[in-house]
Design a protein. Structure first.
Length: 203
């Protein structure tokens, strides 16, 4: 497991490698003004995922980025909350095991004190349901941009904002999602390394 997480860390670190000087492709011209291409890095694609890409591919990658960012924000927040001792009340199964009786972080999934396989399978099924039925863009429901999964159902006052505020909030979400993806990866790595860290505590 440590080797898997180490490999993931190496792959993520590649995202911070300097972009080749000669990479002034059509992708740069096509997407340099897209939301998320902002200071200090501007348009940043060191792996060349958008080389010769069309708008459909960009939209697909942006949708994946937003979705992963949202999941990572929940994962990071959930990690530090449970490590602070806050758990759901009650029991996780009919045998009487409480939510607080299981380890935190990755140890809750794999290890001597992890949740039962049946519980993990239920989590996977629930995630699959969200992926297939909820976190999707339904055409014709009034969604305004890639990653807008309201589908004419949930709004929370979004339509009351002006265009400048909407762009600002979307940029903030992108940045927070990117930071959370690095944050949860860092927590997973340090959990394998061990130690004590501010806010998070013992790993």
């Amino acid at each position: 497991m440590k080797s898997v997480i180490f490999a993931a860390a190496i792959a993520s670190a590649a995202a911070f490698a300097p972009a080749p000087v000669a990479k002034t492709t059509s992708a740069l011209n096509a997407f340099e003004s897209e939301l998320g291409a902002q200071a200090p890095l501007g348009f940043f694609d060191p792996l060349g995922l958008l080389d010769d890409a069309d708008q459909a591919r960009f939209d697909r990658l942006r949708s994946v980025e937003i979705k992963h960012g949202r999941v990572a924000q929940l994962a990071f927040l959930g990690n530090i909350i449970t490590r602070a001792g806050v758990h759901l009340p009650g029991n996780i199964d009919y045998a009487g095991h409480s939510f607080s009786s299981f380890d935190n972080g990755w140890a809750a999934i794999e290890g001597p004190n992890s949740i039962p396989q049946e519980g993990f399978s239920q989590i996977l099924l629930f995630v699959g349901f969200l992926e297939a039925s909820v976190m999707i863009d339904v055409p014709g429901t009034g969604n305004e941009f890639v990653g807008d999964f309201r589908n004419g159902f949930i709004d929370f006052g979004w339509d009351t904002f002006d265009e400048e505020t909407k762009l600002s909030k979307r940029a903030i979400e992108l940045n927070n999602g990117r930071a959370a993806m690095m944050g949860i990866l860092g927590l997973m790595i340090h959990e394998q390394i061990g130690g004590n860290f501010p806010i998070v505590g013992d790993m």
